[in-house]
Design a protein around this ligand. Structure first.
Ligand SMILES: [Zn+2]
Length: 214
């Protein structure tokens, strides 16, 4: 699931729970929500970025005991400025984010994962290649997997790096958190449904289904 992918079915899926059909929502898109989601992304960017900088400040105050000296700023190309660093991180972090979703899908038993890019929104996505339905909590786990994994990876990277690379890790975690704002919105939405709810991820949208009572 890409950032911002999920809001498209916000209203459809909300109404779907009241329907008795097994299948009552289909992927759709609503541009307005997408716009506001991008604005909302600034909040996790600021919070996760600030948390990483706080971790850096604390770690340096205790003398950075785990920092590996061979990891230093020279690993980055010479003359690397902040815009170039952010561009590099976007190129690295966004595919890694989708890869984490894909890995989580595989761990949940999905045979084949489809990766793609939705050009109209310039977002990457990962989704089960076939028809796969997840229980609510499994869907939440797959949706939050990149936020958890890349935040932990970034924190570990920071702890192993000398100060010159701390900004790299802080920006990587912050960018990933911003990219996960759609994931967080999806989780906030599906948490309103009972655990027995089934969710299907279409990559750029998702649908919520209730199980028909026989
Ligand atoms: Zn995501």
């Amino acid at each position: 699931m890409p950032a911002c992918a999920t809001v498209g079915v916000w209203q459809r899926s909300r109404s779907s729970l009241t329907a008795t059909q097994k299948r009552s929502a289909s992927p759709s898109s609503q541009g307005g929500c997408f716009f506001w989601l991008n604005i909302a992304a600034l909040v996790p960017v600021a919070l996760f970025g600030a948390a990483m900088l706080a971790l850096s400040a604390w770690y340096l105050s205790i003398g950075a005991p785990l920092a590996l000296p061979f990891l230093d700023r020279r690993l980055l190309p010479p003359g690397f400025d902040l815009p170039a660093l952010i561009a590099l991180l976007v190129l690295l972090v966004l595919p890694l984010h989708e890869l984490c979703h894909g890995l989580a899908f595989r761990l949940l038993g999905v045979g084949r994962v489809r990766y793609g890019i939705k050009l109209s929104r310039l977002v990457l996505y990962a989704a089960p290649a076939g028809e796969a339905y997840f229980r609510r909590d499994a869907f939440i786990a797959a949706t939050l997997a990149p936020l958890a994994a890349i935040t932990l990876l970034g924190a570990a990277g920071l702890l192993l790096s000398p100060p010159g690379l701390h900004l790299f890790w802080a920006l990587a975690v912050a960018l990933n958190a911003g990219g996960a704002v759609g994931d967080m919105a999806a989780v906030a939405l599906v948490r309103r449904y009972p655990p027995s709810t089934l969710v299907r991820d279409f990559g750029t949208a998702f649908a919520v289904y209730r199980i028909e009572q026989a």
